[in-house]
Ligand binder design. Sequence first.
Ligand code: SME
Length: 166
Amino acid sequence: MKEGINLAEIDPIVIDQLDALLEGETNLMTIYANASALLADAITDNNWCGFYLLNTNTGELDLGPFQGKVACMHIKPGSGVVGTAFAAGESNLVPNVHEFPGHIACDAASNSEVVAPIKVAGKTIAILDIDSPSLNRFSDADQAVVVEFANHLGALLDTVATSTVH
Ligand code: SME
């Protein structure tokens, strides 16, 4: 774990890195995979960083590419931090996950969490989820960076949505 860098300070470097890393890539899983690796490496004090992807056949959110311990594989809309963000179509900052009604404890080490929707053409297709073992890890400024990253990724995915394996 790296110390001393606030998430807000990595912006806009991480956005530029995302663009450079994924330029020309058309495989959605490849994009999600390296986006999760990029973020997990850039963000201090995180123990889980990845994506839950809308399964249009079941309506559930399925575990997608991530960095961290094994996690629950299916989340229903409205359930937990991830499902609630999906149902609302909005980001959420949870300073203490143990106080969040219905929180789904995938990694027992997680104490705070930030989520943001990935939207393509106005529809949420995935949730970006970042957990920390520290309480109150993420600031409002951090959340803004996560939202910006998610929005940027959504715009990028929009350009490749037709040539897809997902
Ligand atoms: N805590 C999330 C579940 C996903 S894990 O954190 C990776 C939730 O409550 O939805």
